[in-house]
Design a protein around this ligand. Structure first.
Ligand code: GLC
Ligand code: MG
Length: 518
C-alpha cells in the first residue's frame, strides 16, 4: 500500500463462499464461527480483506443469494453476535470485511413478497416487485419473452393470474427499482451493516437493478440488453454519498457483467462505486494476445474515469481457472503464471477460496448437485467450484468441520494431497507459492508507481513494466521464449527458473516471471 491511499486501492481481497469455507458446528455447512477460527490462516496468507458471500436469513434456494431478511444472520451460519465477533476478530488481525448486498431481487420468503402476494393486483405492495398481467386471451402467456439467467421463462404466474418477473430462480422475485421505496429500503440496509462496522459491500448483479422500463420483448436475445440501463448509475451515485458519510474509506465493488471494459468502467466514475470486477480478465482464454487486449483496454477504460482496476480469475459462479486453462499439470502451471501476472498489475486483486490451494473444478455427481442453474436449466451448474475446502487429514471431510460429518457437497478423495496442512509443509505447493507471491507483491510493488507499459516481446508472450520497479513476462506459447531487454535480475518465477539457450535468457512455456528493470 502507498501512503495516504484508501486501503482498497491495492488490496488483495479473499472471497469466502460461506457455505464452503469452514464449519464450526459439524452440520456440514460453513458458518460465521468457522470463518472466525480460520482468520489467522488468511492473515498468514497475507490478504488485506475478505468478501463474504450472503449469510442472511434465506431459504438457501440459491445458497443465500435469495435473501428473506437483509438484517439478520441465517441460523445455518450463526447469529448476529457471531457475525460481530467474526468482524471484530478480522479487524484485530488487520483484515477488512466486505459483505454481499443483493439488491436485484429478494427471496420469495421475504416479508415484502409475502405481503405483495396477499395484497393482490394493483396494490402498492405489488409495486415493490415487477408484477404484470399475462398475454394471450386468458393471460396465460408470460408478459414478455425474457428468459431467466438460470434457464426457462423469467416469469412465474401466481394464483390470482398475475405474473412476477425473476431474472434468476422463481424463488428470487426481482425488485422494482423504479419505485423509490426500494431505494430507501436499501439505503437503510446499507446503513445497518455500515453501523455494525463492515468496510464495504460487494453488489450482486449490480448492472441488473433497472430493467428496460417498457419491458418490451427482446428482438435478439443477447443477455444484457434489458440490463445495464443508464439509470442504474443514479443508484450508485446515491450509495457513493452514503459510503462517504462513514469514516475509514468504506467502499463497494460491483458485480457488473457488461459488454466491454468501458461499460464496466462507468460503474467506477468518481461519484459512483470504488471498484467493479474485471470479468473481461476472468473470461480471457490462456492467450498472450487476449491478455494483452484485456490489459490495455482495461487500463484505458479505467484511466478515462480515473478509477482503480481490479483483477480476478475465479469466483463461485465460474469454472475454476486451472480447469479452464486446460486442467492437470498444465492447467496448474498456467494458473500459477496467471496469478503472478495479475499480482504485478496496479489495482486490487480478488482471490477465490481454494485457488491458493490449486483446487480444480470438481465433477459433482448429478445426485449431489444443488445449483438452481442445474435444477432449472439442466446445465451442469456451479456446484463444482463450491466444494468445501480441504484443511487437514487424509479423508473427507478433511477438517472442514469437526468429527466425521460429511460436508454439503462431497469432496474428492484426491484432495488429501491438497489439504492446507499438507501444503504448508511443502515449499513447492500452490499455497507456498501464493504466500510468497502475496509477500513479494507487498514489498516489491510498494511505492513503484502504477504506470503500465507494454513491452515488445516474443510471439506468444506478454511483457510489461509496472512503474519503475517491476518487469513482468508471461509465456503462453509452446516454446521457451526470449526475455525482453528491459528485464534485469530475476525476482520470482511461477515455475522453472530461466534457461540459457542460443545466447539468450529464455522463459519456459506456461510460466510467468518478475524481474527488476534492467
Ligand atoms: C450473482 C451471484 C450468483 C447468484 C446470482 C443471483 O451472479 O454471484 O451466485 O446466483 O447473482 O443472485
Ligand atoms: Mg456449520
Amino acid at each position: 500500500m502507498q501512503i495516504n491511499e484508501p486501503w482498497w486501492r491495492h488490496a488483495v481481497c479473499y472471497q469466502i463462499y460461506v457455505r464452503s469455507f469452514a464449519d464450526s458446528d459439524g452440520d456440514g455447512v460453513g458458518d460465521m464461527a468457522g470463518i472466525a477460527q480460520r482468520l489467522p490462516y488468511l492473515a498468514d496468507l497475507g490478504v488485506d480483506a475478505v468478501w463474504i458471500t450472503p449469510f442472511y436469513t434465506s431459504p438457501q434456494l440459491d445458497h443465500g443469494y435469495d435473501v428473506a431478511d437483509y438484517r439478520d444472520v441465517d441460523p445455518l451460519f450463526g447469529t448476529l453476535e457471531d457475525f460481530d465477533s467474526m468482524l471484530a476478530r478480522a479487524h484485530e488481525l488487520g483484515i477488512k470485511v466486505i459483505v454481499d448486498v443483493v439488491p436485484n431481487h429478494t427471496s420469495f420468503e421475504h416479508a415484502w413478497f409475502k405481503s405483495a402476494l396477499a395484497a393482490g393486483p394493483g396494490s402498492p405492495e405489488r409495486e415493490r416487485y415487477v408484477f404484470r398481467d399475462g398475454r394471450g386471451r386468458d393471460g396465460s402467456q408470460p408478459p414478455n419473452n425474457w428468459k431467466s439467467v438460470f434457464g426457462g421463462a423469467a416469469w412465474t404466474r401466481v394464483e390470482d393470474g398475475q405474473w412476477y418477473l425473476h431474472m434468476f430462480d422463481s424463488s428470487q422475485p426481482d425488485l422494482n427499482w423504479w419505485n423509490p421505496e426500494v431505494g430507501d429500503e436499501f439505503e437503510s440496509i446499507l446503513r445497518f451493516w455500515l453501523d455494525r462496522g463492515v468496510d464495504g459491500f460487494r453488489i450482486d448483479v449490480a448492472h441488473g437493478l433497472i430493467k428496460k422500463q417498457d419491458l418490451a420483448d427482446l428482438a435478439r436475445y443477447e443477455g444484457l440488453v434489458m440490463w445495464d440501463q443508464p439509470e442504474v448509475h443514479d443508484v450508485y451515485r446515491r450509495w457513493h454519498k452514503i459510503l462517504a458519510e462513514y469514516d475509514g474509506d468504506r467502499m463497494a465493488v460491483a458485480e457488473a457483467w457488461t459488454d466491454s471494459p468501458e461499460a464496466t468502467a462507468r460503474y467506477i466514475r468518481a461519484d459512483e462505486l470504488q471498484q467493479a470486477f474485471n470479468f473481461h480478465w476472468l473470461t480471457a482464454p490462456w492467450s498472450a494476445a487476449e491478455f494483452r487486449k484485456v490489459l490495455s483496454s482495461t487500463l484505458e477504460a479505467v484511466g478515462l474515469v480515473d478509477g482503480t482496476p481490479t483483477w480476478v480469475l475465479s469466483n463461485h459462479d465460474v469454472v475454476r481457472h486451472p480447469t479452464r486453462y486446460g486442467g492437470g499439470a498444465t492447467g496448474l502451471a498456467r494458473a500459477r503464471a496467471a496469478a503472478l501476472t495479475m499480482m504485478a498489475l496496479p489495482g486490487s486483486v480478488y482471490v477465490y477460496q481454494g485457488e491458493e490451494l490449486g483446487l480444480e473444478q470438481v465433477d459433482v455427481a448429478p445426485e449431489f448437485r444443488q445449483d438452481p442453474e442445474y435444477r432449472r436449466g439442466g446445465k451442469v451448474g456451479r456446484d463444482g467450484c463450491r466444494v468445501p475446502i480441504p484443511w487437514s487429514g487424509d479423508a473427507p471431510p478433511f477438517g472442514f468441520g469437526p468429527g466425521t460429518a460429511q460436508p454439503w457437497l462431497p469432496q474428492p478423495a484426491e484432495w488429501s494431497e491438497l489439504a492446507v496442512e499438507r501444503q504448508l509443509k511443502d515449499p513447492e505447493s500452490m499455497l507456498a507459492f501464493y504466500r510468497e507471491l502475496l509477500t513479494q507483491r507487498r514489498t516489491l510493488t510498494a511505492g513503484i508507481g502504477d504506470e503500465v507499459r507494454l513491452l515488445a516481446s516474443a510471439p506468444g508472450t506478454l511483457a510489461f513494466s509496472r512503474g519503475d520497479g517491476l518487469v513482468c513476462m508471461v509465456n503462453c506459447g509452446s516454446r521457451a521464449a526470449k526475455v525482453p531487454t528491459e528485464a534485469g535480475e530475476l525476482l520470482m518465477s511461477s515455475g522453472e527458473p530461466l534457461v540459457e539457450a542460443r545466447g539468450a535468457r529464455r522463459l519456459a512455456p506456461d510460466t510467468a516471471a518478475w524481474f527488476r528493470p534492467a
